[in-house]
Design a protein around this ligand. Structure first.
Ligand code: GDP
Ligand code: IMO
Ligand code: MG
Length: 458
C-alpha cells in the first residue's frame, strides 16, 4: 500500500545539495557537480536550457553538457531534467546520441519532466531576430541594446510559457493530434509576429512542424516522466538529490543585472518552482565562484579588465564560451556581487574555481565596495543594469604569487599570498571556502583543505 498522501509530503530531511553559480556563469559548475555526484543519487537540472554549457574533464576526455545533467557520466546515478527547464528536443537528442557514441549510458537513467516547456525552431528565429533588431536598429548614443543572448531561443520559449496559450510542453509532443491542433493556432500568430520583426515572409508550416516534433516526442517517450513525483519518491526512498544550477545568480531574471540576464530563476530560488521540491529540503548550497570574474554577452561588469591583463586571464583560463565559443570578458573578483549572490542563494559554502589561473601576477585585487556617481560608497550590489553601469569598483590590493599551484597537496601548502587571498574572500563574503579548484580535472581539487582522491570514473 502506498504511503498516505499526508505522509508523502512531510518535511523531508534536509540532506540534499544545490550547486549554483555566484557570478555571471561558467564558474566551473560542471566540474563541481561531477565531483559531488559520487555522494548523491539523483542529479537534477531546474532551470535554463541549451544556453548552458557545463564542462566535465575526466583525464583526456572532455564532455560539454548543455541540457543533460553533468551526473550522466556516472552509470549508476539518475539524472532529471525538471519542469523549470526549457528543452530543445533536437539539441537534447543530439546530446544523447553524442554521449552514447562515446560509450556513456543514456537510457531510463535520464528522466525528463512532461511539464518542461519546449524550445521550438521559431523561438530561435525570434531570439536571433530580436537581437539583430536591437543591435542594428536601435543603436543610439548608449550603443547597442542587444543582450548578447546565446540565440538558443531561451527568452522566447520562457515568454511563451508565461503567455500560456502559445506554449508547448514535453508531454504535448507525445500526442500528435493535440500537438498539431495547437500548432495550427500558434503558427498563425507566430508568423504574424515574425513578419512584424521583418524576418519571415513565408508562413510557418504547422503540419510539417507537428510531424517533426511528434517524431522527436516518440524518441524521447521512454524518458518522459512526472518528475515531481519521481523526485519525491526518490527522497522518500532515502536517495540524495543534487541540484545543478544552469547560468548563474547574476543572470537570474529577478535578482540579476536586469535586463542583461537570462529568462529563468537561476539562483537557488528557482529550485522549488523548477522541480517541485520545497526549498527546505536543501541543506547544503555550494556556491561556485571563479577566483576572478567573467561575463559573456552584454551588460554591466564593474571590475572588467578591458586590457592586456584581462586578455592574459582569458588566455590562461581558456575563457571562451562552451556553448557559443565567444571570448568571455574577464576582470577582478567582485566580492560585492559574490556576497549578494551568496545571500540570495543561501550559500552554506563556496567552491573557488580556476584558482590556478591567478598564478604569476605581481598583485591581485578584490573589489570590496562600489563608489556611486554622487561620490558615496556602498557595499551593496545593485541588481539593475542601468544603475550598476554608473558604479566604480573600490579595490583592496593583495600581493600575488608566482608558484604553479596545480599540484598542491593541500590548502596549507599553497603559497602564503594565495592563502591570504582565500582567507580575505571568506572574511568579506562570510561563507567558508570548502573547495578550491586548481585545474579542470577531478583530482585537481582541494576538498575541505585536502586533495580530492581520484574517483571511480565513468
Ligand atoms: P560551467 O558552465 O559553470 O559548468 O563552466 P564551463 O564549463 O562553461 O567553464 C569552465 C571552464 O573552466 C571549463 O573549460 C572547465 O573545464 C574549466 N575549469 C573548471 N575548473 C577549473 C580550474 O580550477 N582551473 C582551470 N584552469 N580550469 C577549470
Ligand atoms: P552556464 O550554465 C554564461 C548569458 C548570455 C547572455 C544572457 C542571456 O554555462 O554558466 P540567453 O541565451 O540565456 O537568453 O542569454 O545570459 N548566459 C550565460 N553566460 N554561461 C551561461 O550558462 C549562460 N547562460 C546564459 O551570454 O548574456
Ligand atoms: Mg558554461
Amino acid at each position: 500500500m502506498s504511503a498516505p498522501h499526508g505522509r508523502r509530503t512531510q518535511t523531508p530531511t534536509a540532506s540534499h545539495t544545490a550547486i549554483v553559480g555566484l557570478q555571471w556563469g561558467d564558474e566551473g559548475k560542471g566540474k563541481i557537480v561531477d565531483l559531488l555526484t559520487a555522494e548523491h543519487d539523483v542529479i537534477v537540472r531546474y532551470n535554463g536550457g541549451a544556453n548552458a554549457g557545463h564542462t566535465v574533464q575526466v583525464g583526456a576526455e572532455r564532455y560539454a553538457l548543455h541540457l543533460i545533467p553533468s551526473g550522466i557520466l556516472y552509470p549508476d546515478k539518475a539524472c532529471v531534467i525538471g519542469n523549470g527547464v526549457v528543452v530543445d528536443p533536437e539539441k537534447l537528442l543530439q546530446e544523447i546520441d553524442t554521449l552514447r557514441q562515446r560509450g556513456i549510458q543514456v537510457g531510463t537513467n535520464l528522466r525528463i519532466s512532461d511539464r518542461a516547456h519546449v524550445v521550438m525552431p521559431y523561438h530561435k528565429e525570434q531570439d536571433a531576430a530580436l537581437e539583430e533588431y536591437l543591435g542594428a536598429k536601435t543603436a543610439n548614443a548608449r550603443g547597442n541594446l542587444s543582450i548578447g543572448t546565446t540565440r538558443r531561443g531561451i527568452g522566447p520559449a520562457y515568454a511563451d510559457k508565461v503567455r500560456r496559450s502559445m506554449a508547448i510542453r514535453v508531454g504535448d509532443l507525445l500526442d500528435a493530434d493535440y500537438l498539431r491542433s495547437r500548432l495550427h493556432v500558434i503558427c498563425t500568430l507566430r508568423t504574424a509576429e515574425l513578419e512584424a520583426l521583418g524576418v519571415r515572409t513565408a508562413p510557418l508550416d504547422p503540419d510539417a512542424l507537428a510531424a517533426r516534433y511528434a517524431e522527436f516526442g516518440e524518441r524521447l517517450r521512454p524518458h518522459v516522466d512526472d518528475s515531481v513525483y519521481a523526485l519525491h519518491d526518490a527522497m522518500a526512498a532515502g536517495r540524495r538529490l543534487l541540484f545543478e544550477g544552469a547560468n548563474a545568480s547574476l543572470l537570474d531574471i529577478d535578482h540579476g543585472t536586469f535586463p542583461y540576464v537570462t529568462s529563468s530563476n537561476c539562483s537557488t530560488l528557482g529550485i522549488p518552482a523548477g522541480t517541485g521540491v520545497p526549498g527546505h529540503a536543501i541543506g547544503r548550497v555550494l556556491g561556485i565562484m571563479k577566483a576572478y570574474s567573467t561575463r559573456v554577452g552584454a551588460g554591466p561588469f564593474p571590475t572588467e579588465l578591458d586590457n592586456e591583463l584581462g586578455q592574459r586571464i582569458r588566455e590562461r583560463g581558456r575563457e571562451y564560451g562552451t556553448t557559443t565559443g565567444r571570448p568571455r570578458r574577464c576582470g577582478w573578483l567582485d566580492l560585492v556581487a559574490v556576497r549578494y549572490s551568496a545571500m540570495v542563494c543561501g550559500a552554506t559554502g563556496i567552491a573557488c574555481t580556476l584558482f590556478d589561473v591567478l598564478s604569476g601576477l605581481d598583485e591581485v585585487k578584490l573589489c570590496v565596495r562600489y563608489r556611486l556617481p554622487d561620490g558615496s560608497e556602498t557595499d551593496r550590489f545593485i541588481p539593475d543594469a542601468h544603475r550598476l553601469e554608473g558604479v566604480e569598483p573600490i579595490y583592496e590590493t593583495l600581493p600575488g604569487w608566482s608558484e604553479d599551484v596545480r599540484e598542491a597537496p593541500d590548502r596549507d601548502s599553497l603559497p602564503e599570498a594565495a592563502r591570504r587571498y582565500l582567507a580575505r574572500i571568506e572574511q568579506v563574503v562570510g561563507v567558508p571556502i570548502e573547495v578550491v579548484s586548481l585545474g579542470p580535472e577531478r583530482t585537481q581539487t582541494l576538498v575541505d583543505g585536502r586533495r580530492a582522491a581520484a574517483l571511480a570514473t565513468a
